[in-house]
Design a binder for this molecule. Structure first.
Ligand code: TV1
Ligand code: CA
Ligand code: ZN
Length: 406
């Protein structure tokens, strides 16, 4: 008996297709779809499927993806594979989309910022097309459950790919499932608030709605020089001054919270609850989309924050407590065991369940999960590399004041 129960007073739907787990971006690429296998096994191991309606996702249709993306880009993504890539690159309609070469570029770029070079952020890999349309299909199915009133919270941990542009892949993201979801939600809801706790700036979503007062985008992210070399942390946008496109109705409907490396639980809570609370008060959204990128956790392979699963989950709980239709999406997260722990913990939060410290059922292939499932302060033993910049309370206070003023 694990005590898992259906939530009282609201319904949760969970959207997934195991086929996404089999994908490989490349040997050394940080994005590992098998983190979703770990997440699924933890969710099932705890019995959380009994607390929600679970749905097997089907692929998004070409027309659905074209609601945001350029028709030629969608055609390219439909057909692309390592085998077809060289031939597709020769078709004039697609050749036009090859970005100009910059000096010192280490990878050879093809159309739409896609590449078959080993170090590419957006590689062309086997099964890629199926993968893209599947994670998008899962997000759209989750969205439909919400907009039809079939549930109050819908979850797709395989979605949340916030960097993709209209006709360009960027930062491991090819199809912007978030933009597609919000566009669909706008048919039903007057105002949609998008919140992004991935360690990277949610630039693709912000850009798509920068002229739009019915969508407020709010991203919390690492911002500033990456290290001593002066390179900026990806994608380099999301300054405090960036508040939506000036001179359009969308001005003041984007919010950005740039954060130095090393921010801890207490500081993040102060920022997140202060700013998010004020944004909700001012914007009065009809529904919320929360991108739960887990690369904001301490110990992440790419991230530079120092927050625990406990605080990451408290962000989800805070947003859930607004009692608005809520779409929960994944995103980044590059230390797979922590990603799975966080998203399983957050599935429990969405369904009003508390997890026990041991996975109650035998779960194959996750024998490595000997530790606690969540909330373990001692989970990240070494933070040396995280404290290159100090995160000062005074700076954070200034930021909240500034955002309140705007
Ligand atoms: C192949 C193999 C690709 C090893 C990419 C880290 C790799 C990175 C790799 C990597 C890596 C980035 C840049 C590149 C600016 C670009 C899902 C021209 C060890 C939502 C995307 C980060 C984050 C992109 C996505 C970033 C998300 N960081 N090893 N690439 N240069 N790209 O800096 O927000 O989490 O790192
Ligand atoms: Ca973010
Ligand atoms: Zn990220």
């Amino acid at each position: 008996e694990n005590g898992i129960q259906r939530p009282k007073g609201h319904k949760v739907s969970f959207h997934y297709n195991s086929h996404v787990e089999d994908m490989h971006f490349g040997k050394t690429h940080p994005m590992k779809p098998w983190r979703l296998t770990l997440t699924k096994h933890l969710v099932l191991g705890h019995g959380l499927q009994y607390a929600m309606d679970t749905y097997e996702a089907v692929s998004a249709g070409t027309d659905e993806v074209r609601k945001f993306h350029a028709p030629d880009y969608v055609d390219f993504l439909r057909q692309v594979s390592p085998k077809t890539f060289p031939e597709l690159c020769k078709i004039p309609r697609f050749t036009r989309a090859i970005p100009p070469k910059h000096e010192g570029d280490s990878v050879e770029l093809g159309p739409y910022n896609l590449s078959t070079s080993p170090g590419a952020d957006c590689p062309v890999f086997d099964g890629m097309s199926e993968y893209l349309f599947l994670y998008t299909g899962a997000t759209l199915a989750a969205t439909h459950q919400l907009t039809s009133g079939a549930c109050n919270i819908a979850i797709n941990w395989s979605g949340g790919l916030h960097h993709a542009h209209k006709a360009e892949a960027s930062g491991f993201c090819y199809i912007n499932d978030i933009v597609l979801a919000i566009l669909d939600m706008l048919r039903v809801y007057a105002r949609v608030l998008y919140i992004d706790i991935d360690v990277h700036h949610g630039d693709g979503v912000e850009e798509a709605f920068q002229r739009q007062p019915r969508v407020m985008t709010l991203s919390y992210h690492r911002y500033g020089p990456y290290d001593e070399t002066g390179h900026k942390f990806f994608p380099g946008t999301g300054d405090l001054e960036d508040i939506g496109l000036k001179g359009t109705p969308g001005e003041h409907f984007a919010l950005n919270v740039p954060i130095p490396s090393g921010i801890d639980d207490r500081q993040y809570k102060f920022l997140f609850e202060g700013v998010t609370g004020r944004a909700i008060e001012a914007f009065n959204p009809s529904a919320i989309v929360l991108q739960c990128g887990a690369d904001s956790l301490g110990g992440d392979r790419l991230g530079q924050f120092n927050i625990n699963i406990k605080q990451h989950g408290e962000c989800v709980a805070f947003v859930k407590n607004q009692h608005l239709p809520l779409l929960l999406l994944g995103g980044g997260g590059y230390t797979a065991r922590n990603v799975a722990r966080a998203w399983c913990h957050e599935t429990a939060i969405a369904t009003d369940n508390k997890l026990v410290d041991k996975v109650p059922y035998f779960v194959p292939r996750i024998e490595a999960f000997k530790g606690r499932a969540h909330g373990d302060e001692k989970m990240y033993p070494s933070f040396e590399r995280l404290h290159k910049n100090e995160c000062k309370d005074a700076d954070l206070e200034y930021m909240v004041k500034k955002l309140e003023h705007d």
